[in-house]
Design a protein around this ligand. Structure first.
Ligand SMILES: [Fe+2]
Length: 343
């Protein structure tokens, strides 16, 4: 059952229409002018409005114009006995949903029109509701996405903080065991980054190089102190033990989710450009660029430092050694960059 507002200045036509639609089970409100019809509409909010066109005190054009603005979801059907085709087109353009001509000899046509308009209004309401639900769901998803991004960011920040703490702990452990090695790692990291900048490496690659520099000798944690600090020549077995620090370092680091090949750089930092290094005997461009950089910084820094079995060289002599071994021990491109930054 629907609530129908019937606006017509002829009481007999209102009576006929009300009787017919009342018999169909609808509730019918009656108004004798456009102005009265708008007042009743605002008070009772009917489901559909049937309006005459020509009436004193507010015609059908007035009704359509106001309702199209105030309640576009409510169907308005114009029923006119005096209107022309132009009037019909005008009312439809103003917002009427349908147009019928008087006299209404075919009352079932009125009944069908009312039902059709009510169905159309229902479909429009459903479509609007669907769009509202869709919009609301999109907003919810956007909100969820923002929350997820924010919590994901927090997770990444926590992981980065945990990683930095772990690296600090590893270096502390190494410093306890071999103070020389820990300081050496920090100096190699700084020189390596300077060489990397001279070679045009980006910020992320510099970060990876810094981490690899700090950690390149971390595998010495697994080498006995008696061998690390031995003052006389090492036996072949002891030499192998020392060399194992690259694979030990790789094993420690290979499962940590760095933003670059830190573990591989640690593994390769004793490879030599001519293929005579270890552990794999890689050569030339087969060695990662950052590992070739580390090799230059590592040897230069080691030569400058005092060791248990020898005094350190002065920086000029240590750099000369690096320059002389470009193309054999060291990558020539990295040595050129080293030359630019070292003095
Ligand atoms: Fe090393």
């Amino acid at each position: 059952m629907a609530k129908i507002l019937c606006i017509d200045d002829e009481p007999i036509l209102r009576l006929i229409t009300s009787d017919y639609l009342g018999d169909m089970g609808h509730e019918v409100l009656e108004a004798s002018s456009g102005a009265e019809g708008l007042t009743l509409f605002r008070r009772y909010r009917p489901d559909i409005v049937l309006s005459d066109l020509r009436m004193p005190d507010g015609d059908g054009f007035l009704v359509v114009t106001h309702l199209a603005e105030e309640a576009p979801e409510t169907p308005v059907v114009i029923i006119s006995g005096t209107g022309t085709l132009d009037d019909a087109v005008k009312t439809m353009r103003l917002g009427a949903w349908d147009y019928l001509s008087k006299p209404l000899k075919d009352m079932p046509l009125l009944g069908q029109t009312v039902e059709r308009m009510l169905n159309k209004a229902r479909e429009r309401r459903n479509a609007s509701q669907y769009l509202l639900n869709l919009e609301s769901r999109v907003n919810e998803l956007e909100h969820e996405l923002q929350s997820w991004s924010s919590s994901h960011k927090d997770t990444v920040l926590r992981l980065e903080a945990a990683l930095k703490t772990s690296i600090g702990s590893l270096n502390l452990a190494l410093r306890e065991k071999d103070p020389y090695t820990a300081g050496h790692n920090e100096r190699v990291a700084r020189i390596s980054v300077d060489i990397g900048i001279a070679l045009g490496l980006g910020e992320q690659e510099q970060e990876v190089l810094m981490l690899a520099g700090l950690l390149h000798d971390i595998g010495k944690i697994g080498v006995p102190e008696s061998i690390l600090n031995k003052r006389i020549a090492l036996s072949p077995d002891e030499l192998e033990e020392i060399r194992s620090h690259v694979t030990c370092g790789y094993r420690i680091l290979c499962n940590i989710p760095f933003d670059g090949p830190v573990a591989e750089l640690v593994l390769q930092h004793h490879e030599r450009y001519d293929g005579s290094g270890y552990p794999k005997g890689l050569a030339g461009e087969g060695i990662l660029l950052e590992a070739r950089i580390l090799a230059v910084a590592d040897v230069y820094e080691a030569l400058c430092s005092d060791r248990p079995y020898r005094a350190g060289l002065n920086p000029v002599d240590a750099a000369s050694y690096v320059f002389k071994n470009a193309g054999t021990h060291f990558c020539p491109k990295c040595v050129d960059a080293f030359r630019q930054i070292i003095f």
